[in-house]
Write a protein that binds this ligand. Sequence first.
Ligand code: GLC
Length: 462
Amino acid sequence: MTSNPSTKQLREKARTLLREAVVEFDGRPVGMLASLDSEAARLNYDQVFIRDFAVAAVPLLLENETEIVRNFLLQCVRLQSIEQKFDCFEPGEGLMPASFRPVSDGAGGERIDPDFGEESVARVTPVDSVFWWLIILRAYVKATGDEEFARTEEVQRGIRLVLELCLAARFEMQPTLLAPDGAFMIDRRMGVYGHPLEVQALFLAALRAAHELLPQDDEHQEHVGKRVMHLVYHLRQYYWLDPQRLDALRNGGVEQYGEDIANAYNVYPDTIPKWAKDWICDDGGYLAGNLGPGRLDYRFFAQGNLLAVLSGLATDEQAHKIMRLFEVRREHLLGDTPVKLVYPAAEDRDWQLLTGSDPKNKPWSYHNGGSWPFLLTQFTAACQRTGCGDLAAETVEGVGAKLAADDWPEFYEGRDGSEVGKQARRRQMWTAAGWLGASLLLENPDAAALISWPADLASEAC
Ligand code: GLC
């Protein structure tokens, strides 16, 4: 792509916002505010969110702004909980906060105040932060070649603590990770407790990053390799939905007992929603939002599916089918302002039950079917990964001017995603970063490797 002046200007606007969002601590840049909206401080948008910074990391690394990424990574590891505490009010060993901010230390200096969810709306815990940290770390090392940083004692200990936190013994006997409701990007009640796809895809990407970043003879490598294999098998097998799988669910039988049964999770055919019947095109498919006893969440979650394409969770064939669905159902999944977070929205009684009658999550808004432009970077990388770069170019180039004119809103709402969300913050950092990262990737498709892995798991098989 040759950059025309207007793309240049739009990029400059996005960069200006990112520069203004930089947060310093001890005279060094350590992250970026979630939003520069005048209302940002009313909730916690005046903090550095780990997941939001992960979006910014892509354009930063692509534009050689590596110092802030390195400082951020170090800051996160310094905030990681490191003591084994049996106090249920303290963050568990290995956990990283959802967000942090510099505050006065009362003695003329500053300290960093992390939020592990103890102050957040509805007290939601961040399961995803440690995974994003590993993904950014691996991207940083790939972009800069600074392997020495990853090998420092402090960073290596951080990696091991994350692994010990998520590979620990638990109640369950399956490879997926049990997560409470609202524990990731969807940080409000949305019926996403259990084994949400997004957390599983992040878990896989993080395990693969750890596998690359730890020495080959590290004692954790064997467990990491095994978990990667089991996790991938489980998700490809049980979460995958396409017309054939829906038929199998319809006709596969229920209440089966024993090892070799078709309907292992006892999902009743009546749970297949009417909309799903003809919605999946013959050459398309996607991974379900969640799976548990008697429960398959048929909703299409964009971030989980895009991360599945990027992390190698989906086979190459599945990845093509996911992106084909984006193409065929672009009106639903991309809409006027890409990318829709979840399709379809929960409405009426489903909305009451799943969101707890949450007006912020009213149908086709916010997490419940709203449209989030920060996903453009992941969308573009997933398109490039599967050979549909034209779809990405059309999508990204078509929307930049609108995002800038609307002052980079946090999200859009409405069935087609055409209206700026009434409760959306403007000047949202990851909206500008998501578009800028996508625009830069269009020019440099190979850079998608910073946030992607091959679907072939040969190197992890130990
Ligand atoms: C909202 C989003 C969350 C994001 C935060 C800061 O709480 O749900 O995913 O990290 O805002 O932008």
